[in-house]
Design a protein around this ligand. Structure first.
Ligand code: NAP
Length: 322
């Protein structure tokens, strides 16, 4: 599983090939030096770089989203290259869904993971309208076929359904887990009350994560969903960690000022903030190789207490910074 950890020399060479700056390279080499993690090429013992799943699996704290990939925003070869670069820099978790671009995101990802499936932590999702009968199993088979793989590391229910349906959903996920089609399952967009209800059904406690929106300019989950997951030792997977398309943080002046002190991009600071606790996995999306290189640097940034104070003051969130 850890076959692909690079030697320091190989890592330096790949950083140089990807045009990373010297301070960034040395920071990442320090991270590489202590890497010992399933499915990651760059991670460290420092809290925030990797996240422990409830079953003990270690997951990279930074992954790659894909909801707009395969839709023509960037040429397909460029998007594939962006994902490959992200993987080589430690962003080995790839998040997709059967409904992203009607399966086109999964198809594009299949080209990227071919030949390196064992180093990828692959996440896909099933929709609430696919649950009746053996719908979960059929949706999973369709995703596996599009992805060109025979298992998912994590399969998520994309959005909540009425809690009366939870036991059926969990049973469907558990059957897939027993059959080896998925290694773990989780939910997305659940609030803390829904998580409570989920934990009341048989095997509901086997839920591995809740994928929810979380970024400096969207801190709404902090008092309830985020703290619930922390209390239950369950990692949170943060989507739209850069604010999402309509509220992108990358032009923010405070982020730029902090970025200058770390010799990195504003995006890297925004992502380093999201993964700061060690309990949150961020899944930024980019179809741009240059952006992916910037984002990967977040794995090696340690924000200072002063940085965190400055960010809390600039982005207090609706309930005040926690
Ligand atoms: N579970 C759910 O309900 C749900 C909902 C939404 C999203 N998601 C998942 O979360 C992933 C990420 O969320 P998201 O796409 O909404 O938001 P995001 O990752 O916060 O933002 C993506 C946008 O940021 C740009 N970007 C990325 N890195 C950048 C950089 N370094 N500098 C400048 N711009 C940069 C991307 O454009 P470029 O491609 O040009 O870089 C893209 O327009 C999705 O792909 C999906 O996998 C899940």
């Amino acid at each position: 599983m850890i076959k692909h950890l690079l030697s320091r020399r190989q890592f330096n060479a790949s950083c140089a090939a990807f045009g990373l700056s010297l301070p960034t390279m040395s920071a990442m080499v320090a991270v590489k030096g202590s890497a010992r993690v399933l499915g990651t090429g760059a991670a460290s013992k420092t809290a925030g770089r990797t996240v422990k799943a409830p079953d003990g699996t270690t997951i990279p704290a930074l992954g790659q989203g894909s909801s707009h990939l395969g839709l023509g925003r960037h040429p397909p070869a460029v998007e594939e290259e962006a994902l490959r670069i992200g993987i080589s820099l430690g962003m080995t978790l790839i998040d997709t869904s059967g409904n992203y671009g009607n399966g086109r995101s999964e198809e594009l990802i299949s080209h990227v993971i071919a030949g390196q499936r064992d180093r990828i932590f692959l996440v896909s999702k099933v929709e609430p309208n696919q649950l009746s009968g053996d719908g979960i199993a059929r949706a999973c088979e369709a995703s596996l076929a599009r992805l060109g793989t025979d298992y998912l590391d994590l399969y998520l229910l994309h959005s909540p359904v009425p809690s009366t349906q939870f036991s059926g959903v969990v049973a469907g996920f558990e059957q897939l887990r027993t059959a080896g089609k998925i290694r773990a399952w989780g939910v997305s967009n659940f609030n803390s009350g829904q998580m409570e209800d989920l934990f009341r059904v048989p095997d509901g406690h086997r839920c591995a994560t809740n994928q929810v929106p979380y970024s400096l300019n969207y801190r709404h989950i902090e008092p309830a969903a985020l703290s619930w997951c922390k209390q239950h030792n369950m990692p949170v997977m943060a989507y739209s960690p850069l604010g999402g398309d309509n509220n992108l943080l990358v032009g923010d002046r405070t982020l730029a000022q902090i970025a200058a002190t770390h010799d990195c991009s504003a995006a890297a600071v925004a992502l380093a903030w999201v993964i700061r606790s060690g309990n949150v996995i961020a899944i930024p999306e980019s179809g741009s190789p240059a952006h992916v290189k910037e984002n990967a640097v977040a794995l090696s940034i340690a924000l200072t207490p002063r940085d965190l104070q400055t960010l809390d003051a600039a982005f207090p969130g609706p309930f005040g910074a926690t």
